[in-house]
Design a protein around this ligand. Structure first.
Ligand code: ATP
Ligand code: MG
Length: 361
């Protein structure tokens, strides 16, 4: 079977390190692997509006920011189709039909939706659109017949719901839709990178992010103020690794080769961790290593961003062409869905004939 990717991001801010390890890094690898016949990368502006309905300007401004971040990490518009969700109205129609296949209580049980409702203070009054965004996400995935969705583990319940919708749809209306699989990052640190506050996941809405477009000065400041081990008061004291932000980030970003290059006393990250837990390593040393490692990653990203920032009209043209191309695929799926659901009245000559026969004509 053809292998197809769909992934995306909400244009609610610039992209951050959580996106990079949770999804972007893998997307670029998969894009360049040649294993996939089609790759769709969606800027989910309709989804962003479900909790930013009163702030459309924020969404509008961030479309270009997300697009610049995509191009700067190495997403290649020749190999991947970048699209804007609202420019494909077929997605809304699909979501409208899928809503008949999901119960309210099923969405209420979704742990990611639960947390997000809390975070946004929606407990008393949840906008219908926000509540139904997991269903809309199912239409995004299935419209492109995606087999593979590279994402962080907060997306696992969404993909599960999509699979349920696909199964229900195919059972009722006949085999039409494709069941997708989530492709999770390799390590726990990458599945849900914590914020610089060490608490919840790094998230645009929480203001605890290191952005891919942050300057070296900002990166340094953010790393230096990271949460470490509050009981590790002097260098000689044994330190704890659990919840220790710089070490979690090193797990996600550093290679042993980099550890050896910046700290020749250690032959691996594990050796540094062992010394830290025994006592004798200061948090400053660990943070300095992390800054070096992050800069190695971010320098080429910043350079590519600077290139595209000088070519904004060209970036919009990439988005327009990508959306047009994606719309063709979604329209094709919608035709199949309408036929399976028997709502393609005018495309069905047999229907007209049989109705006419009923009345003897
Ligand atoms: P918002 O706060 O507006 O929801 P966000 O920062 O959570 O923004 P999304 O656009 O919702 O970002 O997420 C896009 C993709 O990035 C998803 O695949 C998600 O799993 C992944 N992702 C986001 N944050 C992290 C993180 N901290 N660690 C790993 N993956 C992440
Ligand atoms: Mg999110």
């Amino acid at each position: 079977m053809e292998k197809i990717i769909l992934t995306g991001d909400r244009p609610t801010g610039r992209l951050h390190l959580g996106h990079f390890v949770g999804s972007l890094r893998r997307r670029v690898e998969l894009q360049n692997s040649g294993e996939f016949s089609k790759i769709f990368i969606m800027i989910a502006d309709a989804q962003a509006l479900t909790d930013n309905a009163d702030n459309p300007e924020k969404v509008r401004q961030n479309i270009i920011e997300v697009a610049l971040d995509y191009l700067s990490v190495g997403i290649d518009p020749e190999k991947s189709t970048i699209l804007i969700q609202t420019q494909i109205p077929e997605l809304c129609e699909l979501a409208f039909y899928y809503m008949n296949l999901v119960s309210v209580s099923r969405v209420q049980r979704n742990p990611t939706v639960k947390t997000e409702i809390q975070m946004r203070g929606f407990e008393k009054s949840i906008p219908m659109g926000f509540f139904s965004y997991p269903v809309s996400q199912a239409s995004d995935i299935t419209a492109f017949k995606a087999t593979t969705v590279p994402a962080g583990d907060d997306q696992a319940p969404m993909i599960e719901l999509t699979r349920e919708i696909v199964n229900r749809f195919n059972n009722i209306y006949g085999p039409t839709l494709v069941e997708p699989e989530i492709l999770l990052p390799e390590s726990a640190a990458c599945m849900r990178l914590p914020g610089t506050d060490g608490k919840a996941k790094m998230s645009k809405s929480l203001g605890n992010c290191i952005y891919l477009s942050d300057s070296p000065k900002e990166v340094k400041k953010k790393v230096n103020s990271m949460y470490t081990d509050p009981e590790h008061l002097t260098i000689d004291m044994p330190g704890h690794l659990e919840g220790n932000c710089p070490f979690i980030y090193l797990d996600a970003f550093a290679t042993d080769e980099q550890v050896r290059r910046y700290l020749p006393d250690y032959d691996s990250l594990q050796a540094l961790k062992d010394h830290y837990t025994r006592g004798g390593v200061g948090d400053g040393t660990v943070k300095k290593l992390l800054i070096n490692v992050l800069e190695e990653l971010l320098v080429p990203i910043r350079e590519r961003r600077a290139y595209w920032e000088q070519r904004i009209p060209e970036v919009y043209e990439i988005l327009r062409k990508g959306s047009e191309k994606a719309r063709e695929t979604a329209a094709q799926t919608l035709d199949e869905v309408r036929a399976a659901m028997k709502i393609n009245y005018f495309a069905d000559a047999d229907l007209i004939k049989s109705q006419a026969a009923k009345y003897g004509k």
